[in-house]
Design a protein around this ligand. Structure first.
Ligand code: ARG
Length: 272
């Protein structure tokens, strides 16, 4: 399995908190151990650096407690960046922080401002070796279907829409993840019957997760094509990935799970 050095963008959980509930995982009554959240985030970052990847960081902004979930801020392919527009007002200011990051380097990035609601890599995934570069896009809870066509126009790659039906799996990236340039892992029941049929047709060799692994955020993984960084709790999925030739790299991210996210939510991939 080919492994490539990747370029990632993360944002430290300096201001992480669960102050509101915009997904079923968030409970503002449940205390968050911020020191532990910081340690777990640093270990995730170290795991990625240890695998030979480059990790850039965004400066955390006070008052934006979900900013640690950097995957939601934009979606880039071939140096084009489709900006995010958050569904909930509590997160809307995060989009500008991401936009500033890309616009600071116009030689590398061309930023396209969105008109439609979309939450970046939360709902968009990229498979470079399928159909010359296929974008998978989720809708049903956060990203609007109209954003899928907007992304296709902005990025010049085909976008395939997949309908999410379970509020526990409110973003595509908690239900499905690319494990290499042409294959995915996913939890079928997070998708409508029609979308499940499409996924079966397109990815006959996909790694399928069960409900326990999906609830452990096992699909919220980051793969470099060989090494798959995923939450340690997703043990069965790790075994399936190993049996398919991948190398699971388990990390603990229990504090961030209280916000409704895990590995992938914290890591935006930069595709210059
Ligand atoms: N609390 C955040 C929200 O509900 C979690 C975002 C998780 N990020 C992700 N890429 N799935 O928006």
């Amino acid at each position: 399995m080919s492994r490539e050095p990747r370029h990632y963008l993360m944002c430290a959980p300096e201001h992480f908190a669960v102050e509101y509930a915009i997904n079923p995982w968030m409970d503002p009554e449940r205390p968050v151990d911020i020191a532990l959240a910081r340690r777990q985030w640093h270990e995730l970052r170290q795991a990625l650096v240890g695998l030979g990847h480059t990790v850039e960081t965004l400066s955390p902004v006070a008052g934006l407690p979900d900013m640690v979930f950097a995957a939601n801020g934009a979606f880039s392919v071939d140096g084009m960046v489709y900006g995010a527009r958050f569904r909930f007002p509590q997160r809307s200011a995060e989009a500008a922080a991401h936009r500033t990051y890309y616009e600071a380097d116009p030689a590398t990035w061309k930023f396209v401002a969105p008109e439609q609601t979309n939450e970046g890599e939360g709902d968009f995934a990229y498979l470079p070796d399928v159909d010359g570069g296929l974008i998978l896009a989720g809708y049903g809870f956060r990203t609007e279907l109209a954003a899928h066509t907007e992304a296709q126009e902005a990025l010049g790659h085909p976008v395939l829409s997949l309908r999410l039906v379970d509020p526990m799996f409110y973003h595509l990236d908690v239900a499905l993840a690319p494990v290499d340039d042409a294959n995915v892992a996913y939890y079928p029941d997070a998708f409508s019957a029609g979308s499940q049929r499409v996924l079966r047709r397109l990815f006959p060799d996909a790694v399928l997760a069960d409900i326990d692994d999906a609830r452990a955020f096992g699909l919220n993984l980051v793969s470099d094509g060989r090494n798959v960084v995923l939450p340690a709790e997703a043990e069965v999925l790790a075994g399936k990935l190993a049996a398919s030739g991948y190398v699971p790299v388990p990390v603990e991210l229990g504090e961030l799970k209280k916000g409704g996210g895990s590995v992938k939510c914290c890591v935006a991939e930069l595709r210059p």
